[in-house]
Design a protein around this ligand. Sequence first.
Ligand SMILES: [Zn+2]
Length: 61
Amino acid sequence: MRHQCRDCIYIYNSEKGDPQNGIAPTTKFEELPESCLCPHCGAKKARFKSLKQKRTKYSDF
Ligand SMILES: [Zn+2]
């Protein structure tokens, strides 16, 4: 699952985590501490929105 910051283009990918900020890979967004801030713009965790993964069944169109 990926979550994007509403204030910039930063995307948190739970599969990769954020090792530079001490967040191990496979750490779910929901498991991040509420004090966690966007590493790009400093926005609060609440500013992030979840990105739905689009699956296209008709990609062979
Ligand atoms: Zn941001």
